[in-house]
Design a protein around this ligand. Structure first.
Ligand code: BGC
Length: 512
């Protein structure tokens, strides 16, 4: 979940004044956590549990215009005359993984990773976004990476879209709010399945569509930087969900019979904890927030339609605004059928927890206001370099249990979880070690004690990289990258050792 989001959503949408009042109130309420939730559990994950690391193309590859690659919306956004990035940086070079991928594979090997989750840059394969031009050097690059991973017994897990839409599709169609992108995404998906499907068995159609839509087309703090909170995020989500369904069905009918892989989608969410757990209104608000955030994307792919509470509340808000049509679009029966059950696994990205209460002051209509909730943090939670990221390990266990109960215990792959430190932090990242240890321990509790079907854990990230609007200021890597050195050396932090031990041990067999 990328840095500025929670912060901005709270500040922009709920208004500074209400945020401060609520924060102060939040501080005085004790959060309902069972002490036993914090007891460390010794034990191991079931055999076959998978351990890996994740990155994304724009954040690590660099080579933004090399070998025929087309411009993406993130290239375009970061090249604006007035930079929207905190430190004015770009991903033009980033970690230079386009040239240093072999070194990345070495790192993964040394870390004992079973798999590597990386993303494919759409405009490296199709420079214009459309299949009129296929860029062979781009295909060759990913072939080299995939082959090298397999030679080293590391399973490739591919994210097909991690936020870097080809700029041509933005310029010509207005990007995701336009349904024409469904067809272009399906064509792109076909090219990926055809070229890489013989070796890639895990496909993630989209990474965190929430951020693409709400931050990119609503709040304008991510590419393409559109301010359109009321409607655009809902249209964007609608197109993405249809694109996902089409790609899933394409794979199912034409590729799965011979390639035998799996297709899922990665949806991010915080755990939404009621601010006052003994107040039923707070629990109701927290559940509403869960459905507006996770359910927005997960209900359609599990059940074929948006959560009823979203339908009711957005329809009602739209009517109150005098609109003759709801801001939340509808799926016809055909789309509902295509969407229903369109996943072989659920990808889950999770970093932190929010305290949720009903109400909140709203300045303008949109996703944030539509749910009538206020989100705050407990000031006692340990903080990272990112304002939005606080350590609340039990939140992940509760979230996984909620997923089990809400969607019928689906197969879950945790596709991201991680901690940031600041630009001047050193290699002795003890906070990160503490974060990983406690979060993974809570995943183990969910699996062993609660019977949740989690089958993989992915640490974000293999190395420090371009942290979107925060540029290179927040570092999420287990390797330190020197971004002023043209060689972009990767230096292991202490967390590499701690995580390797957890991976090798398949959990925590020994007394801590
Ligand atoms: C994204 C990553 C990002 C990470 C940390 C997730 O939102 O998928 O690209 O770097 O969280 O903010």
């Amino acid at each position: 979940m990328f840095s500025l989001n929670k912060h901005y959503i709270i500040i922009i949408v709920c208004a500074c004044l209400s945020y401060q009042v609520i924060s102060a109130r939040g501080a005085s309420v004790s959060v309902g956590v069972n002490q036993e939730d914090d007891d460390f559990l010794n034990g191991t994950f079931p055999e076959g549990f998978m351990w890996g690391y994740a990155t994304a193309a724009y954040q690590i590859e660099g080579a933004w215009n090399e070998d025929g690659k087309g411009e993406s919306i993130w290239d375009h956004f970061t090249h604006r005359l007035i930079s929207p990035i905190i430190d004015g940086s770009t991903g033009d070079i980033a970690c230079d993984s386009y040239h240093k991928y072999a070194e990345d594979v070495e790192l993964l090997k040394a870390l004992g990773a079973n798999f590597y989750r990386f993303s494919i840059s759409w405009s490296r394969i199709l420079p214009n976004g459309t299949n009129d031009v296929v860029n062979q050097p781009g295909i060759d690059y990913y072939n080299r990476l995939i082959d090298l991973l397999l030679e080293n017994n590391i399973t490739p897990m591919v994210t097909m879209y991690h936020w870097d839409l080809p700029q041509a599709l933005q310029a010509n169609y207005g990007g995701w709010p336009n349904e024409s992108l469904v067809e272009h995404y399906e064509n792109y998906a076909r090219i990926l399945f055809e070229n890489f499907g013989d070796r890639v068995k895990y496909w993630i159609t989209f990474n965190e569509p929430f951020n693409t839509c709400e931050l990119g087309y609503g709040l304008s703090i991510a590419a393409p930087g559109i301010l359109g909170e009321a409607i655009q995020p809902y249209l964007c989500a609608h197109t993405i969900l249809k694109s996902h369904a089409k790609a899933y069905r394409l794979y199912e009918s034409e590729f799965k019979p011979t390639q035998n892989g799996q297709v899922g989608i990665t949806i991010d969410t915080e755990w939404m904890e009621p601010r006052n757990s003994s107040n039923p209104d707070h629990e109701e608000a927290a559940e509403r927030a869960r459905r507006f955030k996770h359910g927005w994307f997960a209900f359609p792919v599990f059940f074929g339609d948006y959560p009823p509470v979203m339908r009711e509340m957005v329809d009602a808000a739209s009517a109150a605004e005098g609109r003759n049509q709801s801001r939340l679009p509808t799926f016809d029966d055909n789309w509902k059928t295509l969407l229903n059950g369109s996943l072989d696994f659920l990808g889950l990205n999770h970093y932190t927890t929010e305290l949720v209460a009903p109400g909140g002051l709203c300045l303008f209509p949109g996703w944030s206001c539509d749910q009538h909730v206020t989100k705050t943090k407990d000031p006692n939670w340990e903080g990272s370099a990112s304002a939005w990221l606080k350590k609340v390990p039990w939140g992940l266990r509760k979230l996984i249990n909620w997923i089990k109960d809400t969607y019928g215990n689906p197969k879950v792959l945790i596709t991201e979880n991680g901690w940031s430190d600041a630009g001047n932090s050193g290699l002795n990242d003890t906070q990160r070690i503490g974060y990983y240890t406690d979060y993974i321990n809570n995943v183990m509790k969910a699996v062993i004690l609660d019977g949740c079907n989690v089958q993989a854990y992915t640490a974000w990230s293999l190395m420090d990289n371009f942290e979107w609007a925060n540029g290179f200021t927040d570092r999420f890597g287990v390797h330190w990258v020197n971004f002023t050195d043209p060689d972009r050396p990767r230096i292991p932090k202490a967390s590499t050792v701690a995580l390797k031990k957890i991976f090798d041990d398949n959990g925590f067999p020994e007394e801590k």
